[in-house]
Structure formats: structure tokens, C-alpha cells
Write a protein of this length. Structure first.
Length: 315
């Protein structure tokens, strides 16, 4: 059944792009921070225009001492901007580390799934059932990481009794993992698996569960709130005061400066927010649909291959 499922086409939300097409990437809109930060960038640009207009009007009237507000020394804002840049870079590095850790965990899930089914198919007569259990496990894990605790999409692989039992679990993938352990035990009691093979298969199953735990750790442990809020507050203070620093020197170019700086700060922050949760459904999140299809395809083909005779070398 897994092989049949793997042949169906599923749209992937993750963006595939050509790393060598520089201009195509630069002028793209889909998947960029502009979708989320564009409104804020526009708002602060308008704010800079209003501040600059007030400066120009005050200068022309002449009765207002605009030097109280404009033409401030930029040294303090240079220090603040440098500090803010370090904090945002640290935030981006932390988010990228979470993203890569999630990808590494799914890489281990793919490898352990292949190894588990390979041994089960080679040494038992019921390897197809194990392949279906593994496919059902990774699908339920993907849905669980995305906040869905039901057993949808597993009808092709798992028996109805197991699906109902897993749906009552607070963590459905755990129930399917237990069913895989039960499968290994049945094969051992029937004499098809020896003690050494049981240990090997349980080791691969443990790696699956360990990778599941690594994914859940990332999902349920966001960056500390106090740190995230501090960055947002510093960005707000920096952008609110920036027109009063550059308005006298840049003139009507100050809104342009504001737009560029705001895009950089908000864009990097939004990129960090989106990659902080690698298991979501945004366009830059991990393509877990493709991972589950890959596992279902490979395990299903492995189970089907046993029914075919292995070609013998010609003398």
C-alpha cells in the first residue's frame, strides 16, 4: 500500500529555487519577508515623511528652534544600531540552528525508517505490514508537529483499530511506535527474528523515537520571550528616533533611508520568526510532506522487492 501512496502527487509548499539565478531571487516576492514586514516598512516610511515635512516647515517659518529635535549627534545611534545588529544576527543564528536541527532529525527519521523496514522485510514474511506501520508513523508525526492530533491521511496504511487507539493518545505517533515494537515481538515469538536482529531493529526504532523527541523539543521550546521582546523594543526605539538623526543631513532622502533600514531590520526579524518553527506550513518551513512521501515510497518498494526474484550473475 505504501508504494501506491508514494505515486500520488502532493503539492509542496517549500520554495524550490535556482541558486545561480541571482536576479530572479532578488526580484521575487513569494517567500520573502516583504509579505509580513511590508506594512510596517510602509508605516515607518510615512512616519519619516511626516517628520521631514515638519522639519522643512519649521525651518522655513524660522520661529521654531528645530535644532532641539533635529541634527542630533549620530554617535549614540551608531552604537545602538551596532548593538541591534549583533542581537538580530544572534537571533537569526539561533533560528537557523533550530531549522538545521529539525532537518537533521528528519534525516535520521528517513534513514532509520529505511533500515528498520529493510531488516524486517529481509528476515520475515510480514515485512509489508511493517512498511505500512512506518509510513503511518511518519505521517502521524508530521501532522502532530503541525498541531493535528487526528489520524487523517493514515487510512491507507494503518488498520482502523490502531487508528482509533492512536487517536485517543495524547501523542499519536507514540501509539504507532508501540505497534511497531509489538510487530517486532510477534516476529521474535514466531521464530522469524533472532535476538540479535531484535536488538538491531529496536535500536533503529529507538532512533525514530529519539528524533521525534528532538522535533518536539524544538516545537515546544521557543526562544525566551524576554529576549524576543527586547529586540522588538530596540527596533521600535531605533526607527522612531532615526528621522531626527538623519533628517537634517539627508533632507528628503531621509524617508528613503528609513525605508531601507526598516526593511533590513524587520526583514531579518521576520526571517528569524519564520525559521524558528521549521515544522510549520509557511513557504520557508521544512518540506515534511516530501519527506513522508519519500519514506512511504522507499519502504513500500522495499517490501515489494522481496516478492521479485533477485537476478543472479551470469557465469
Amino acid at each position: 500500500m505504501a508504494a501506491d501512496f508514494a505515486t500520488t502527487s502532493v503539492d509542496s509548499s517549500m520554495i524550490e529555487y535556482d541558486r545561480k539565478k541571482w536576479f530572479r531571487s532578488v526580484f521575487s516576492y513569494r517567500g520573502t519577508a516583504l509579505r509580513r514586514a511590508g506594512g510596517r516598512v510602509l508605516a515607518f516610511t510615512v512616519y519619516a515623511i511626516v517628520v521631514q515635512a515638519a522639519y522643512e516647515v519649521g525651518t522655513q517659518i524660522g520661529g521654531l528652534n528645530v535644532s532641539w529635535f533635529f541634527g542630533l549627534k549620530s554617535s549614540g545611534w551608531v552604537v545602538l544600531g551596532t548593538l541591534l545588529g549583533f542581537l538580530i544576527v544572534f537571533r537569526m543564528n539561533a533560528s537557523n540552528a533550530r531549522y538545521w536541527e529539525g532537518r537533521s532529525a528528519w534525516g535520521q527519521i528517513i534513514n532509520s525508517s529505511r533500515n528498520l523496514v529493510r531488516v524486517g522485510v529481509a528476515h520475515t514474511h510480514d515485512g509489508a505490514a511493517l512498511a505500512d506501520l512506518v509510513a503511518g508513523y511518519v505521517i502521524s508525526l508530521r501532522r502532530s508537529l503541525q498541531g493535528n492530533l487526528d489520524m487523517d491521511e493514515t487510512e491507507v496504511f494503518l488498520p482502523e483499530e490502531l487508528r482509533q487507539q492512536a487517536a485517543r493518545f495524547g501523542n499519536p505517533p507514540t501509539a504507532v511506535a508501540f505497534a511497531m515494537s509489538a510487530w517486532i515481538e510477534r516476529q521474535y515469538r514466531s521464530g522469524q527474528l533472532g535476538a540479535q536482529l531484535v536488538r538491531q531493529m529496536e535500536e533503529q526504532l529507538s532512533k525514530l523515537v529519539d528524533s521525534q523527541g528532538a522535533c518536539e523539543k524544538i516545537l515546544k521550546t521557543p526562544l525566551p520571550f524576554v529576549y524576543v521582546v527586547m529586540i522588538k523594543q530596540l527596533i521600535l526605539v531605533y526607527l522612531i528616533t532615526l528621522p531626527f538623526v538623519v533628517g537634517d543631513e539627508c533632507g528628503w532622502w531621509s524617508p528613503v533611508v528609513m525605508a531601507i533600514v526598516a526593511l533590513g531590520l524587520f526583514g531579518m526579524e521576520e526571517a528569524s520568526v519564520e525559521t524558528e518553527d521549521p515544522f510549520g506550513t509557511d513557504e520557508n518551513c521544512l518540506d515534511m510532506v516530501t519527506y513522508t512521501i519519500t519514506i512511504a515510497r522507499d519502504t513500500g518498494q522495499t517490501a515489494s522487492a522481496k516478492a521479485q526474484p533477485v537476478p543472479q550473475p551470469t557465469p
